[in-house]
Design a protein around this ligand. Structure first.
Ligand code: ZN
Ligand code: ZN
Length: 411
């Protein structure tokens, strides 16, 4: 995608790598503490609390200014975000602004396309060259002394937070609520820079490789709609459609109700319209289309077997009639009825598929859903009827050949 090659990788700072590894080791302390539901709840609660401060605070507020809040709440948000131990608030937001300016270009400091997956995931964070906050990228917040102070003292918040958890919940609090939760939170956040530029669905043709993922959106409180975000970074929500879950945004909406935040910037309708057109339908239809294709393949196999049995029966019918048994007559009429029914069902199935295609074309979701249900019923019916016909034919062929008739009730 790029014409120029990226500069050589900056060197990893040893102290940073050591600290990073030590926190991972400390997370293993949960093994010594042992499992408890309280520990699990503390881990998950602490994860989502701080994920909110990172996504709604560091990302959507400090890096992108997609809403407004008072200087007091802004400080609270910055402090809470820094308990995630992802360096200072100005460092975080400034580097992120840089990412948007050069995303997946040679200048991008965490692009999996330019420097590989693991570099984009965590290598860059430990690099010597990127250790300083790029204050020129974030003059708007860097001029506030309380934020500049917080940014310079990046270890204060995590240490206080870890200490508080230890005070309140002892070792369970420290190892589950702080260390394990922090490690998960790191990789959840880092995955947006790595995974979300590699795996997932692209809805918008952005100049970078950003993608959307439902699963990642759940794990990161809405950040998984990363392709949406690169296309339109100026909105508070990153989920553009009703089914694109975005927990951070829901909480921000609640905050707006309570008067804690204001002026949340929304997504323009024309952007949403494109997302709706390209996103929703593919999302809901792909598994269904796969099921249809596999049914058709299975049907082809059944049809071939029916043809072979039908031919075998036609060959033997006349000789069989000579030695005619009444049972054969009855079986023969069953075969004729079942074959006729199968033909009708298959015609219905073809018609229902055509109707579904038509509804799909018109994007009428409700009608299409009904057509899908009808199709599903028909498929089950066809399968049953084809099975009955196969059995009848098998018995007919066996009877004509004078073999013992296999058991089974006529359809
Ligand atoms: Zn990105
Ligand atoms: Zn962003």
């Amino acid at each position: 995608m790029s014409q120029t090659r990226p500069a050589p990788r900056p060197r990893i700072r040893l102290s940073a790598a050591l600290g990073f590894a030590l926190v991972h080791l400390a997370a293993l302390g949960v093994l010594a503490v042992g499992f408890s539901w309280q520990g699990a709840a503390l881990c998950v609660g602490s994860y989502y609390l701080r994920m909110f401060a990172i996504t709604a605070g560091f990302h959507r507020y400090f890096a992108h200014r997609t809403y407004r809040m008072s200087r007091f709440w802004q400080f609270v948000m910055a402090f809470l975000g820094q308990t995630a131990a992802q360096k200072g608030v100005l460092w975080w937001a400034a580097h992120h602004r840089h990412h948007h300016r050069f995303s997946d270009q040679p200048e991008d400091i965490h692009s999996p396309v330019q420097r590989g997956f693991w570099w984009s995931h965590m290598g860059w964070i430990l690099a010597d060259d990127y250790a300083e906050s790029r204050l020129y990228q974030i003059r708007d917040f860097a001029k506030l002394p309380e934020l500049a102070w917080l940014d310079r003292n990046q270890f204060l918040a995590p240490i206080l937070y870890g200490f508080l958890l230890w005070l309140l919940f002892s070792w369970t609090g420290l190892f589950y609520g702080f260390f394990l939760s922090t490690v998960l939170l790191w990789h959840g956040t880092f995955a947006i820079n790595s995974v979300m530029h590699v795996f997932g669905k692209r809805v918008f043709e952005t100049r970078d490789t950003s993608r959307n993922s439902f699963l990642m959106a759940v794990l990161t409180m809405g950040e998984g709609w990363h392709n949406n975000h690169h296309h339109y970074p100026g909105s508070a929500p990153q989920g553009f459609l009703w089914w694109q879950v975005d927990l951070s945004y829901y909480l921000l909406l609640a905050g707006e109700r309570l008067g804690l935040v204001r002026d949340l910037r929304r997504v323009p309708e024309k952007v949403r319209a494109v997302a709706r057109e390209r996103g929703a339908w593919h999302f809901s239809r792909r598994p269904f289309e796969r099921a249809l294709a596999s049914f058709d393949a299975a049907q082809a196999g059944v049809a071939a077997r029916l043809d072979a049995l039908g031919a075998a029966w036609a060959d033997r019918r006349d000789t069989a009639r000579l030695s005619a048994a009444l049972a054969l007559e009855e079986l023969e009429s069953t075969r004729a009825r079942t074959a006729e029914r199968l033909e009708r069902l298959q015609a219905d199935y073809a018609a229902a598929r055509a109707a579904l295609a038509e509804e799909t074309r018109r994007r009428r979701q409700r009608a299409a859903a009904l057509a899908e249900i009808r199709l599903e019923e028909l498929r089950a019916e066809i399968q049953r009827t084809a099975q009955a016909l196969t059995e009848t034919l098998e018995r007919l062929v066996a009877a004509a050949e004078g073999r013992p008739v296999p058991p089974g009730a006529p359809a």
